[in-house]
Design a protein around this ligand. Structure first.
Ligand code: PLP
Length: 426
């Protein structure tokens, strides 16, 4: 069968079922086109995308500027490997380090790969700068974390993600999320701690927003104890939460992040992925200043595709779109509107107990047991009503539309969500 042959949704799902590994459980919707905040299935039905490929498509589907950058570069030079220099990488490295305020970046491809990169840099720094004895470095992580699907699952506490994938990588200590006392305790009682790896908002776990001071206090504790503060902003970064980064805090930047010293918490290692390419190409990055990044020398880390000219061109365009289209501000104001509209509804709802989030990274908690199928059933009904979302953990539904949405579209989405929820009220 030719991959170009036109077949219907059911047949396409059957093909994936038969020939693809069963490592995902998608909603039975087969998409073939996307534009801005919309996607279409193979039968031509139009939907609002309320997931944005797990926050990778912040700039909207097939953004013309990003697609043009891809097409132009694809016809010129795609991959050189890092055996040679290319004419796009240095300019991109300057652009991204200036934008986020760091000295250096190793360009990578996927989020998990960037997390692995940050862990390597952190450990090397611990041995060479902090003076921890060989093989003794420990990294503190949080319960219910999500940092990717490689050996990173060693420090996950999601049994489904971990079971029968051992032996696990050693050298991690888990503490509860948003628990400053637990962090203080562990940092003060273990001299071998190299870093604290944390999501400023836990996305996969169900959009858990920590208390206001958590990130700033955690960074201060890390500094006091000579431990690197490592922020995983793969999902929360790039305007998603209403600031360029979630570690910007409640800043009021109009456009570009000005790194307001009143609110900004600078990580020692910043991990980015997903939306730095606008969902057009896999691009990720780790940013740090020289005191940390310079521990990495030739031959100690790399990737065949990392830093290729295509990725550099795409990521530059994608990050420019965030600034040019005021997506930070848009995410902030539409996020407030979304939560306020849903909160009004929830007051008299028996099916939804809570809406939470920041900017346009939000979730509703369904009032049912964690193992019930209600969240899934609601997502099926939402799809029928023209909006695509997916349950994250158990009974939580994440809502993360592209940030190029306008107010009218958002209110249309709110009415679809409310109309759908009403069908489930008991
Ligand atoms: N870190 C966080 C916070 C994430 O949300 C994700 C993916 O959802 C990752 C890392 C892994 O990214 P990738 O799927 O690109 O490997």
């Amino acid at each position: 069968m030719s991959v170009l042959e036109k077949i219907n949704s059911e047949e396409l799902i059957a093909l994936e079922d038969q020939h693809g590994a069963h490592n995902y459980h998608p909603l039975p919707v087969v998409l073939s086109k996307g534009k801005g905040v919309y996607v279409w299935d193979v039968e031509g039905k139009k939907y609002y995308d309320f997931l944005s490929a797990y926050s990778a498509v912040n700039q909207g589907h097939c953004h013309p500027k990003i697609v043009n950058a891809l097409m132009e570069q694809a016809q010129t030079l795609t991959l050189t490997s890092r055996a040679f220099y290319n004419d796009k990488l240095g300019k991109y490295e300057k652009f991204i380090t200036d934008l986020f305020g760091f000295d250096k970046v190793p360009p990578m491809n996927t989020g998990a790969e960037a997390v692995e990169t940050a862990l390597k840099i952190c450990r090397k720094w611990a041995y060479e700068k902090k003076g921890i004895d060989e093989h003794q470095a420990v990294i503190v992580v949080c319960e219910n974390n999500f940092h990717g699907r490689t050996t990173i699952i060693s420090f996950s506490n999601d049994e489904n993600a971990r079971k029968n994938f051992g032996p696990y990588t050693e050298g991690f200590i888990k503490i509860p999320y948003d628990d400053i006392e637990a962090l203080k305790n562990v940092l003060e009682n273990n001299k071998n701690i190299a870093g604290f790896l944390v999501e400023p908002i836990q996305g996969e776990a169900g959009v858990y927003v920590p208390s206001d001071e958590f990130v700033a206090k955690a960074k201060a504790l890390c500094k006091q104890n000579n431990v690197l503060f490592i922020a995983d902003e793969v999902q929360t970064g790039i305007a998603r939460t209403g600031s360029l980064l979630a570690v910007c805090g409640n800043c009021n930047c109009e456009n570009n992040c000005e790194r307001n010293p009143q609110t900004y918490v600078k990580p020692d290692l910043l991990i980015l992925g997903k939306a730095i390419s606008g969902g057009v190409y896999p691009v990720s990055a780790v940013l740090a200043d020289n005191a940390v990044m310079n521990v990495i020398k030739p031959g100690q880390h790399g990737s065949t595709f990392g830093g290729n000219p295509l990725a550099a061109a795409v990521a530059t365009a994608a990050l420019e779109v965030i600034q040019e289209e005021n997506l930070i501000q848009n995410a902030r104001s539409l996020g407030k509107l979304f939560r306020s509209e849903l909160n009004k509804y929830i007051q008299n709802s028996t099916i939804v107990s809570l809406v939470r989030g920041k900017g346009l990274l939000n979730a509703i908690v369904i009032n049912d047991s964690e193992d019930s199928s209600t969240a899934w059933d609601i997502c099926m009904k939402l799809a029928e009503n023209g909006l695509l979302a997916k349950p994250t953990h158990g009974n939580i539904i994440r809502f993360a539309p592209p940030l190029v949405m306008n107010e009218e579209q958002l209110l249309d989405c709110v009415s679809i969500i409310i109309k759908t929820l009403k069908e489930f009220e008991r």
